[in-house]
Design a protein around this ligand. Structure first.
Ligand code: BG6
Length: 485
């Protein structure tokens, strides 16, 4: 058995990490415009690493420079989109996952009428994709909520944000429904708890007596309600369109077979499933909710919320997968970073320069686990490896066997999962083109098949160059995953 006919091969990007043009086209401030460059690669404390305050936000807003705010400039996809889409088409992309910046459409989130320039920008992008036969997969919120909502409402902790987001979704369905069949509401919906500001616009010093964690779960409830409403609306407005849930798949293994380690691992995995359980089954999981109650966290719900969540379940499950984690109750166990998490170091796995452990078999395990649990079609919408080893040769070529090796080993496992019986719709690599890192705001953490000439401080020509992996992925797509050599 091999990949199904019509398998959607492609790549994934996010507006805030590629577009730049942060103050053009009527765009408003988003949380990503105040995210600062962090040179440190080995992040052992994500809370400290992501620390943010209202003061820091105000300081950033008074600074019009983009040197230390790399997401303001991205890779200038806003002006290079035709060139970039042409390169994706050259690789043979069937699908491109991209996000719509809420602040291009509703600059503060509160307007009642959308910003026409923003509407036009994405229409032009979708028109071009149609011309190139690339199917869009659109994320409606990928780490870019309007900053105004943070300063005025402490982001998603406030119920009023639900209606604002649904208005934004409705505008997108109205304007882009003719181009877009596949949609996602919140990127890595589970990440609110790990980086509340980036995902939900929450700042600790604006949190009330519920505390930061209480505010996060309140915000999450609002996102679940908003996602369910948006899903229902999509089904009504765009017949045949599909909505997915997007989860960070943090597959966790026990460090030993000591029952306490196994229990700690079970809890970690259940924590990870909490979010997809709600969006797929339309119900809060009892064990997860009991745990919150035991911690004194109470979620305020309005009458009818649970019915809304029940009625607005998703059509498919998408997820990101970068690494697996290991768990132990031993306080002295050595820990290593992963995608905004810290896990126990697994002696059987190598890591990249950021400490993320490379585990292709973990992708197969994740696919089988998720499909068996939910019986919904799966879509891998992020998978890839950040590297700072790319060197541009005098002739402009870039030899990146490490990247090819990473993808190749993951595709082999992906294929085995399909053979196991997993229903897999498609695969979008993170990221097909070098972009600004979400967690560190580095340009030097390169993921792409396409190299972008820009350093961490914004120096460079922004010229796009094809790496060896570009040609390799082109061949993988051409043969529908048959030729991985
Ligand atoms: C995912 C995010 O969690 O990880 C992306 O959805 C992000 O936005 C990706 O870029 C890789 O993380 P990083 O921090 O290396 O950019």
């Amino acid at each position: 058995m091999s990949f199904p006919k019509g398998f959607l091969w492609g790549g994934a990007i996010a507006a805030n990490q590629v577009e730049g043009a942060w103050n053009e086209g009527g765009k408003g401030w988003s949380v990503s415009d105040v995210a600062t460059f962090k040179p440190k690669t080995d992040v052992k404390d994500y809370k400290a690493h992501n620390a943010i305050s209202s003061d820091a936000i105000r300081k950033a807003m008074a600074d019009a420079d983009d040197t230390y705010y790399p997401k303001r400039r991205g890779i200038d996809f806003y002006h290079h989109y035709k060139e970039d889409l042409a390169l994706f088409a050259e690789m043979g992309f069937k699908v491109l996952r991209l996000s719509i910046a809420w602040t291009r459409i509703y600059p503060t989130g509160e307007e009642l009428q959308p910003n026409q320039e923003g509407i036009d920008f994405y229409r032009n992008v979708f028109e071009e994709m149609k011309r190139l036969n690339i199917e869009p997969l659109v994320t409606l919120s990928h780490y870019e909520p309007p900053l105004n909502l943070t300063l005025k409402y402490n982001g998603w902790t406030d119920r009023r944000v639900v209606d604002m987001f649904v208005r934004f979704c409705k505008t997108c369905f109205e304007n882009y429904g003719e181009y877009v069949k596949y949609w996602l509401t919140f990127n890595e919906v589970d990440s609110v708890i790990r980086h509340p500001f980036t995902t939900a616009g929450i700042v600790p010093d604006l949190c009330d007596e519920r505390g930061e964690k209480g505010c996060c779960f309140q915000a999450l409830h609002h996102q679940f309600v908003a996602a369910a409403k948006a899903t229902k609306l999509l089904h009504e407005m765009v017949p045949g369109a599909q909505m997915g849930c997007m989860l960070t798949k943090l597959t966790t293994y026990p460090n030993t077979c000591k029952p306490e380690d196994v229990l700690a691992t079970l809890n970690k995995n259940l924590e990870n499933y909490f979010y997809s359980d709600v969006m797929i089954w339309g119900e809060y999981p009892r064990i997860g909710m009991t745990k919150l109650e035991n911690e004194g966290i109470k979620i305020d719900m309005e009458d009818g919320d649970l019915e809304i969540i029940k009625e607005g379940t998703v059509d498919f499950l998408s997820f990101s997968y970068y690494q697996s984690c290991t768990e132990s109750v031993d306080p002295n166990a050595e820990r290593t970073p992963g995608n905004t998490i810290l896990g126990v170091k697994n002696p059987y796995l190598p890591s990249n320069d950021w400490g993320w452990q490379i585990d292709p078999v973990g992708l197969r395990i994740s696919l089988v686990e998720l499909y068996d649990r939910y019986r919904k079609p799966l879509f891998i919408v992020e998978n890839g490896v950040g590297s700072n080893e790319d060197i541009v040769q005098p002739d402009g070529s870039i030899h990146d066997p490490y990247r090819i090796d990473y993808f190749k080993r993951h595709f082999i496992e992906m294929k085995k999962a399909v053979e196991d019986g997993v229903e897999l719709m498609g695969y979008t690599s993170w990221a097909p083109i070098d972009l600004i890192s979400a967690s560190t705001n580095q340009m030097s953490k390169r993921y792409g098949f396409i190299y972008v000439d820009q350093d961490n401080y914004g120096n460079g020509t922004l010229k796009r160059l094809r790496k060896d992996s570009f040609y390799w992925y082109q061949e993988v797509i051409r043969t529908n995953g048959e030729n991985l050599e």
